[in-house]
Design a protein around this ligand. Structure first.
Ligand code: NDP
Length: 274
């Protein structure tokens, strides 16, 4: 029988996850169906329960339900505990297992796909929302030399950094207090969604610095355009992170790791044609 999986979010119409998982399934010859489900803003728990009752084996969770999914899970992986958010649920007779694959996806994209090792590097993470929170632990696990978290609301950056003081060399601050230069600057704010660039002080990008925007789209994001103008020489958007976090979820569910490169290339080509 075909195993069913889904992504739940609101909005969900433009999700690329069904296409990504369909490509993984074809490549690995797994008999699965993966759909997108629009969950009502006040009805996430019921939507998950209905999908599981209908035979769903697992689900990805996206904006704005990752924290609710964290509360709903009956068992959490260590990385979900650290992230305080869940993007992957697995249903079984033993309950609902929650995991977070976003951080692993980001690190895989930067280190493996982009060939940019983070060990010893000075990293600036912009934003202190759900996406930023999910990647702090995995970024520190790379052996990064120093991680600065900077946010428009400075208190939130300081609080987030405080949660990880025992895991690495970390500092939280407001945007005007940023002190560069950095080897990698990762934008985990929603500013690009609003068509805005994050205001950054001069001297943020060191020589050969990587500018990485978790947001992706057809056109260069405002953050990447500003980074290019400020001298960053390596630029990347978050499409690779999306594919890598999906591969990590696929591995959890099916016990097999798909090849991500052909799927990412196909998505990139599709985006260019759109
Ligand atoms: P949240 O709403 O949880 O957090 C938003 C963050 O952005 C906050 O830190 C907020 O600051 C900041 N922010 C919003 N607008 C601006 C602005 N105009 N200037 C400066 N800072 C701003 O969102 P998420 O963390 O869930 O998502 C953030 C981004 O990451 C989105 O673009 C999302 O699409 C992307 N993402 C990509 C993924 C991928 O796989 N590629 C995975 C997950 C997320 P403040 O606290 O001051 O309000």
């Amino acid at each position: 029988m075909t195993d069913r999986y889904a992504v739940l979010g609101n909005p969900i119409g433009h999700s690329k996850s069904p296409a990504i998982h369909a490509a993984f399934a074809a490549q690995t010859r797994q008999d699965i169906r993966y759909e997108a489900i629009l969950a009502p803003l006040d009805g996430f728990t019921q939507a998950v329960a209905a999908f599981a009752a209908a035979g769903g084996r697992g689900a990805n969770v996206t904006v704005p339900f990752k924290e609710e999914a964290h509360r709903l899970a009956t068992r959490l992986s260590p990385r979900a505990v650290r992230a305080g958010a869940v993007n992957t649920l697995t249903f079984s007779g033993e309950g609902i297992a929650g995991d977070n694959t976003d951080g692993a996806g980001l690190v895989a994209d930067i280190e493996s796909n982009l060939g940019f090792p983070l060990a010893g590097k000075r990293i600036l993470l912009l934003g202190a929302g759900g996406a930023a929170r999910g990647v702090v632990g995995p970024l520190l696990d790379t052996g990064a030399g120093h991680l600065t978290i900077a946010n428009r609301t400075a208190a939130k950056a300081r609080e987030l950094a405080h949660l990880f003081v025992h895991h690495g060399n970390i500092l939280g601050c407001g945007l005007p207090e940023i002190e560069g230069p950095f080897d990698a600057v990762i934008n985990a704010t929603a500013a690009s969604l609003a068509g805005e660039a994050v205001p950054l002080p001069a001297g943020v990008f060191g020589p050969g610095a990587l500018a990485y925007d978790m947001m992706y789209g057809q056109a260069e994001t405002p953050f990447l355009a500003a980074a290019r103008a400020a001298g960053a020489t390596r630029l990347a958007d978050g499409l690779g992170m999306l594919v890598e976090q999906a591969a990590e979820a696929f591995l959890l569910w099916r016990g097999i790791r798909p090849e991500t490169a052909p799927v990412l290339a196909a998505l990139r080509a599709q985006l260019a044609r759109a």
